[in-house]
Design a protein around this ligand. Structure first.
Ligand code: F0G
Length: 446
């Protein structure tokens, strides 16, 4: 443990503090979410962000090679001996003019941050590097998570690496095949619950409390510390400048929460001058955040969030027996656990929230596949959302935009094959049936 970090309840009326040696996940005093806070004067934080670039020269040091721990002074909650890395965060920021044209942005203005290039194929590995380091620090031997698929894949991979026993809870029939295959292959015990992600999330919290398992969902504040580094790498990719906007899909709202915290800290430390704006994109079939923020006008309100609005919204979901549905199964979530931290991030980043249809998601995904490196459906919600925000005039065509592509295209091959083969969308590219005949085949080649 270092004395430079501690845990603190986000509820200003409580504000209870705990040391980082404790395994809590929620404030034991009031039940709210916990943050990791830093005594910055006890850490040697570089005077300028570009000083981190020096670490590229030491790629034989695993902590310098890691795209998470390369920025370790900005998440200084444990000693180096506990730090876990499997080479996460070697991701790229790609400028993409063809996708820019699709969303009516000027050339040179749109960037795609490919988090699918992580070892388990999604952004989750950033968070797991940090959370498993905490798990090692507190001596955990067994861990669990609920998941729409990517968390389970990432947890299973890191648990195996750290020698922890691992159980993952998934909603039966609710996760993409690539992700299901990873959990099994990496040796996790997979519990398929007859329910959706929100049911799994409730169960895993109770099971972890009862059996003393280490919880790896984004309720775990150490995970979000690792996810902050996605923003540092974007700034790095832009030559140590901040973009005008970050666009991110919204599911359990861990990323948006982590990104807002990252920017608030960088500003506080004087490492950036301007905080970018953020757009969080839901799928219309799982749009709790959109409903609460845009229609019910829920805000952070200096931490005094109007709980009654949330309670009545959730009571209505329960009364209607509502279960979320979207082809972007990664974000098929109706009770996001990080809702309040996300409201704080919206406040920090002057954020906006939008919801996009499954059809818009699938078309955007096909465009990212055709002109970029591809992504899974949830990630494509960012481009679909950007198209809305351009049409509304909220984002100008010459602003600098970064869309976070959270997962790899091979995570959900079924959706991709169906889109193309069944000619489901505007950009379908189906295979052509051909006889086993040379001349006929030659005639078909365009
Ligand atoms: N994109 C992908 C590919 C995801 O897997 C997830 C979440 C999100 C976006 C949403 O991120 O929760 O930070 O708002 N997947 C979780 C899981 C819920 O279990 O794999 P968020």
């Amino acid at each position: 443990m270092t004395d430079s970090a501690y845990q603190k309840c986000i509820n200003p009326a409580c504000g209870a503090e705990f040391d980082c040696g404790q395994t809590l996940f929620k404030c034991p005093a009031c039940g709210e979410l916990l943050d990791i806070r830093y005594n910055w004067d006890k850490t040697e934080v570089p005077g300028e962000l570009n000083e981190f670039a020096r670490r590229w020269a030491n790629r034989d040091n695993p902590l310098d090679f890691s795209g998470v721990w390369r920025f370790r002074e900005l998440l200084n909650f444990c000693e180096d001996k506990y730090k876990v890395t499997i080479g996460e965060g070697q991701t790229i920021l790609q400028q993409n003019d063809a996708v820019a044209e699709y969303v009516d942005m000027q050339p040179g203005c749109l960037y795609l941050q490919y988090e699918g290039l992580n070892p388990s194929g999604s952004f989750k590995d950033n968070g797991m590097a940090a959370a498993f380091s905490h798990a090692k620090m507190v001596g955990a031997t067994s861990c669990a998570c609920a998941s729409t698929g990517n968390t389970s894949a990432s947890v299973a991979l890191y648990a195996h690496h750290c020698n922890l026993k691992c159980t993952v809870f998934i909603g039966s029939g609710r996760i993409a095949f690539g992700k299901l295959s990873q959990g099994m292959d990496y040796g996790a015990q997979t519990i398929q619950i007859r329910g959706d992600f929100d049911d799994c999330m409730r169960q895993v919290q109770d099971v972890c409390a009862k059996l003393g398992l280490y919880l790896l969902n984004s309720l775990n504040p150490f995970r979000l510390e690792g996810q902050k580094t996605i923003m540092y790498r974007i700034i790095e990719g832009l030559g140590w400048q901040v973009p005008d906007w970050i666009i991110v899909p919204g599911g359990n709202l861990g990323n948006s929460s982590a990104f807002g915290k990252a920017f608030a800290e960088l500003k506080q430390l004087g490492l950036i001058k301007q905080i970018p704006r953020m757009a969080i994109i839901n799928a219309t079939g799982a749009d709790t955040l959109t409903e609460l923020v845009n229609n019910k006008k829920l805000t952070w309100n200096a931490g005094k969030v109007q709980q009654a609005i949330i309670d009545s919204f959730y009571a209505d979901l329960t009364a209607r027996n509502f279960s979320p549905h979207t082809c972007a199964s990664a974000i098929e979530i109706s009770r996001p656990v990080n809702l309040k931290k996300c409201l704080r991030a919206i406040h920090i980043c002057n954020g906006v929230v939008r919801a996009v249809t499954d059809e818009e998601i699938c078309d955007a995904k096909a465009i990212i596949g055709k002109y970029g490196l591809g992504c899974e459906p949830a990630s494509a919600a960012t481009i679909a959302g950007l198209k809305h925000l351009r049409a509304e005039g909220i984002i100008a065509g010459d602003e600098r935009i970064v869309c976070v592509l959270t997962g790899h295209p091979l995570k959900d091959p079924n959706l991709t094959v169906n889109y193309h083969k069944e000619k489901q969308g505007k950009f379908s590219n189906p295979p052509i049936e051909a006889p086993n005949d040379f001349d006929e085949i030659v005639k078909l080649i365009k």
